[in-house]
Design a protein around this ligand. Structure first.
Ligand code: SAM
Length: 273
């Protein structure tokens, strides 16, 4: 019988964040595929788990992926981990999941730490609708084009960034979205020096011009203000007529539609009578 690929999230800083189910899955797997086996070995030592490790990362995934698939097809189970956080989110696990799903191998994702979701929840920005953008493209042209496409994005946006690129990225975000756009800079989440700065892009660029960026960052950026389309008097009157036809009193219909559309109550009343 075919084995299962388990996607096992690991702590993004605080070792206490490994769940019991994740630890048990690591202990039960036949082997573990890790982004950096040295990093994962530290976690396994902490959990007192001894398991064969194979390496699976950006630069060997083309050779390593099919080898892992072969073992799964032969009936072994594999736990996939990354250096930190949720496998397949801004790391090479994505390709292994596709490979296994395409070959009919069951893939089981365990819930657990993810830098993007941890940052979003603490950002104090709107969380109802969001767009995960991961790392911006490093090449100037592609980066500019990506930001251009995001200018009208109304959902909250989430970006990953390394400290040595933070200043440049803030400058690019400032140029694309303007100085007043709110941003939450979430640094070293779950670690000793965890910090969340809730600023505007203008203030953030100033702050980091004077202070050295340190540690890992997630930038959570507010979306563009919703564009409310202007409603004409005739359109507002149509809406009010529909409410009246449904049995609402004219006075109440005028009040409700005026509130919803911004059309003046007197003008609306005059248009109706
Ligand atoms: N798959 C991982 C996840 O979803 O959490 C993310 C992997 S990605 C290669 C690494 C990036 O995640 C870092 O550059 C940083 O932007 C973010 N990150 C990871 N750990 C973090 C932490 N403790 N605090 C803030 N950002 C973190």
């Amino acid at each position: 019988m075919t084995g299962t690929l388990y996607l096992v999230p690991t702590p993004i800083g605080n070792l206490g964040d490994i769940s019991r189910r994740c630890a048990e899955t690591l202990a039960a797997a036949d082997f573990i595929a890790a982004e950096d086996t040295r990093v994962s070995l530290k976690l396994l030592n902490h959990l007192e788990i001894k398991k064969p490790l194979v390496s699976y990362h950006e630069h060997n995934k083309k050779e390593s992926g099919p080898r892992i698939l072969e073992r799964l097809l032969a009936g072994e189970s594999c736990a996939l981990v990354t250096d930190a956080g949720c496998p397949a989110i801004s790391d090479p696990g994505e390709d292994l999941v596709r490979l296994c799903a395409g070959a009919g191998v069951p893939v089981c994702a365990l819930p657990g730490p993810c830098a993007a979701i941890t940052a979003l929840s603490v950002s104090a920005l709107a969380t109802g609708r969001f767009a995960f953008e991961g790392f911006l493209p490093p090449q100037k042209k592609e980066r500019k084009a990506r930001l251009e496409r995001l200018k009208a994005e109304e959902r909250t946006m989430i970006f990953y960034e390394a400290p040595h690129h933070l200043r440049g990225t803030l400058e690019d975000l400032l140029a694309a979205f303007g100085p007043e756009r709110p941003v939450s800079l979430c640094r070293e989440l779950t670690k000793l020096h965890e910090e969340v700065l809730r600023l505007t892009l203008g203030r953030a660029a100033e702050y980091y011009a004077a202070n050295e960026p340190r540690g890992e960052y997630v930038l959570v950026l507010a979306g563009a203000e919703q564009q409310t389309e202007a409603v004409s008097l005739e359109q507002a009157a149509e809406l009010a007529r529909a409410l009246i036809a449904d049995g609402m009193r004219t006075k109440d219909a005028v009040k409700q539609i005026a509130q919803e559309t911004g059309v003046s109550k007197n003008a609306l009343y005059a248009a109706l009578v």
